[in-house]
Write a protein that binds this ligand. Sequence first.
Ligand code: URP
Ligand code: ZN
Ligand code: ZN
Length: 461
Amino acid sequence: MPLLIKNGRLVSADSDCFADLYCEAETITRIGKNLEVPPDTRIFDATGKLVFPGFIDPHTHIYLPFMGTFSKDDYTTGTKAALMGGTTTLFEMVCPSRNMSAAEGYETWRAQAEGKAACDYAYHMGVTRFDAESADQLREIVRKGTASFKVFLAYKGAFGVDDEELYHTLKLAKELGVIVCAHCENETLVAERCKELLAAGVTGPEGHYQSRPPRVEAEGVHHLCTFAELTGASVYCVHTSCEEALNEAIAARQRGVKVSVETLIQYLLIDKTYAERPGGEGMKYIMSPPLRDAKNQAVMWNALRSGLVSTVATDHAPFDYHTQKITMGKDDFTKIPNGIPALEDRINLLYTHGVKTGRMDLPTFVACASTNAAKLFGLFPRKGSLAIGADADLVIYDPDYRGKISAATQTQNLDYNAFEGWEIEGKPTVVTVRGQVAVQDGKFVGKVGRGQLLQREPNHF
Ligand code: URP
Ligand code: ZN
Ligand code: ZN
């Protein structure tokens, strides 16, 4: 059935106007004032509401075997949670263990999603080992439509690659025209500092920060950018948390390095004192890189506004507080499963604390929560835009909604929420995926299994 959204304020990354928007099948086909439509059209009156292109989370882990356990969401709970929060496309990191081939890794992640996703999704192909066999398999994975890689400069002995592997991964990426996402922390510094802290009797979650101070992350960014400079590859620093790391990326960009920067909603809003909370509570707030000193937050907000940081992601990595974080990490901070989930709440938090506070205007909000990711990762203008011919992924957003975040009412499969009790000022009322309504009046009404694995072409040269 065709769909008409009438009387809305249509906001994209480069425009802001009042108009009607009409969709047929899966696509936006008309935008204009007082559109005439066929009688069988489903009509939503968006008077007083904002209409955005579907939001894109460029960094999630729905399926993640990690630190001796598994993330809690699956593609059904994860994609439903995404949609409830206005995210209509998510990117998942394929993270094979080092003893898995790239092809096995890709197939494992693909099988996890098949038939289970309610929103669209795409992969960043994790390169956790690089040899002749991986190179051939990676070429084939790119040919099949996965046009980005992911490397970890951290997690020694797990996902982390050494410098030789990093160099050859970037050379291959340059040859194929794919962008390489990177977790930037110096793994040797982290490993050695962890040993020293534990030997000195520091076992609680506060040790996590001490093991990975800002310079450890800044060195990772500097390291990546040096390799990108010498190979000519395009790189994307995921989960950038602090000024020191950002400055390394800015300096590299000024030398001509093709580097883009992602931050997370968590770094913008919560700081390291959360991870220092007593009684095990701090474990809810353990992720890598760690939450930083609050002074970094203004730097990151300003960098978003000025375009130095392109995207706000979540790095959604859901591990339960009671059955995973506390039980595994109670005697040793290095065993706390890393991750602070936020997939469901990213947009409402960014709107509340970014737009409502005047830190960013509406087009910037759309750019960093949707359009920039679509552009960087080969989905634009199909995704991330309100244009004729684009997928009808739409969010009708109520800026007058007032409510509170709570684990008791969330859709993501988790026993806590890092933003428990936080007030939000705005919420999606209707969310569509390729022309079908997936959320209406705060309820999931979509179809599990309808989400598509998106095919992308390399676009970085
Ligand atoms: O702490 C984090 N970030 N957990 C997820 C894995 C990763 O490093 O992205
Ligand atoms: Zn990471
Ligand atoms: Zn991640």
